[in-house]
Design a binder for this molecule. Structure first.
Ligand code: NAD
Length: 454
């Protein structure tokens, strides 16, 4: 076992040491989860549902504690962190309805009866990034547990505190030992072991596209099931016929929320040329008003970046001579602060425009017409999210059908609703989470034919 010291990104002070699992400890927990699977899958659907509702209730009564932990560990604003803990509760409640509704089909066939069953897979390995430690964990373990699987979950090295607490809350709620296991550790060790240990039957990975590709290659060896939620470089498309004031007032939140460390961040802002100057004037006012401050303050709209490493990565995208249009404010003193930054790239080949920065930086480009907007939006290897602002309903429908991305919003910048599917096109991912169909990602369809002939 080795140790990792958690640093508070707002103060740069150490918070606590976390023990990191080694290979032997990882294998032990995986074996425990595999053993628990054989009893958990047989728990009556009604009882499994009750246990998940009880888990949701315990999370609900610990929202403030979980939220404060996330402020401390990740520098999330307290408002966001409360929403994130609430999202775990909501996802558990939503999927608590699933065990009693995990329907198969009865299919008409000659000479007998044909029935399909949705069977759990076994141990599910969930690998979580540091940007949204609670919700991303919950999108995996909620439906996985509901479908009768057991879970081993590896939080990111630097943000394990809420996941560890959720593991304790599950036990308090009556979820049996071994069913939901948190294993803090290194990606290259614990995460890789999830891929190579044959007792783990599926990987749910959220993180960078580079690591995701490696995991996909690794899963091929055992034809291991896999869901990938990867990077993004989403477009916020502002048409001249939109409510410019509303679109501009909302554009900072669309990219600077969570300090831009959001796979759905609208980090490419495409503005129709005829309203470019008008929009930019309104946008500048909104960016300068965006409150970057101690994330524990109720008024905070953005906190620091998660780590010194992430701050250095973001800074690399702004070498001297970078065409900065304007910047917001940031506090002085300790903390991994980076002011909201708006760039005017010379064209779409600019590195900051093309690559996922994962920080509070947005690049703005003008476009001429609808076809031009669609062409520019789709000129990316990613396809996760995006927004379309227009008062013309026909245009909004045409453009939202044409943009190659998994989660779009019209006249809104929200991407995540637990009732609806979430996932990426192209190199933004593989498969979908959330919504009514997520259970399909945690079950195998088994077909059984009963011969009824005499
Ligand atoms: P990362 O890929 O470095 O790490 C993600 C997780 O994978 C961590 O838990 C890490 O320990 C683990 N890991 C690292 N190397 C591994 C390996 N070789 N084998 C197995 N596991 C390994 O990503 P990050 O920097 O933590 O997160 C930021 C990235 O996550 C961004 O690219 C962002 O776009 C993406 N992301 C995507 C979504 C989505 O839903 N599409 C959501 C959030 C974040």
């Amino acid at each position: 076992m080795s140790k990792f010291t958690i640093i508070n990104p707002t103060t740069e002070k150490p918070v606590k040491d976390i023990e990191l699992a080694d290979l032997a400890a990882t294998d032990l927990v995986i074996a425990k989860a595999e053993k628990a699977f054989h009893t958990w899958r047989k728990v009556n659907p009604g009882d499994r549902a009750r246990l998940l509702r009880s888990f949701a209730a315990i999370v609900d009564s610990h929202i403030e504690e979980l939220a404060q932990l996330e402020v401390l560990n990740s520098g999330h604003t307290i408002g966001n962190a409360r929403w994130e803990a609430g999202n775990v509760r909501d996802v558990l409640n939503y999927y608590s309805a699933a065990p009693e509704r995990l329907f198969g089909k009865q299919i008409p066939v000659p000479n007998g009866i044909d029935i399909t069953f949705k069977e759990p897979l076994g141990v599910i390995g969930i690998i979580v990034p540091w940007n949204f430690p609670m919700p991303i964990a919950g999108w995996g373990f909620g439906p996985a547990l509901a479908a009768g699987n057991t879970v081993v979950l590896k939080p990111a090295e630097i943000t394990p505190m809420t996941a560890i607490r959720l593991g304790e809350l599950a036990i308090m709620a009556g979820i049996p030992e071994g069913v939901f296991n948190i294993i803090p550790g290194k990606g290259s060790l614990v995460g890789e072991r999830f891929v190579t240990n044959p007792l783990v039957r599926k990987i749910v990975f959220t993180g960078s596209t580079t690591v995701g590709k490696g995991i996909m290659r690794g899963c091929a060896d055992q034809v291991k099931r896999l869901t990938l939620e990867l990077g993004g470089k989403s477009a916020n498309i502002i048409f001249a016929d939109s409510d410019i004031q509303k679109a501009a007032a909302n554009a900072p939140g669309a990219v600077f929320d969570n300090a831009g460390q959001d796979c759905c961040a609208r980090s490419r802002l495409l503005v129709q040329r005829s309203v470019f100057d008008k929009f930019m004037a309104e946008f500048e006012t909104a960016v300068k008003k965006f409150r970057v401050e101690d994330p524990a303050l109720e008024s905070a709209e953005m906190g620091p970046l998660v780590s010194a490493t992430q701050l250095a990565r973001v800074q690399e995208y702004l070498p001297p001579g970078t065409p900065i249009a304007f910047q917001g404010t940031k506090p002085e003193g300790p903390g991994y602060w980076f002011a909201p930054t708006v760039l005017l790239p010379k064209d779409a080949s600019d590195r900051a425009y093309r690559e996922e920065i994962f920080g509070p930086v947005v690049s703005v480009l003008p476009f001429e017409d609808e076809a031009d907007a669609i062409r520019i939006a789709n000129d990316s290897e990613y396809g996760l999210s995006g927004s379309i602002w227009s008062r013309d309903i026909g245009r909004a429908i045409r453009v939202s059908r044409a943009v190659e991305a998994g989660n779009l919003s019209v006249n809104s910048n929200s991407s995540v609703r637990y009732w609806t599917p979430f996932g990426g096109y192209k190199q933004s991912g593989l498969g979908r989470e959330l919504g009514p169909d997520a259970l399909d990602a945690f079950t195998e369809v088994k077909n059984v034919f009963f011969d009824t002939q005499e």
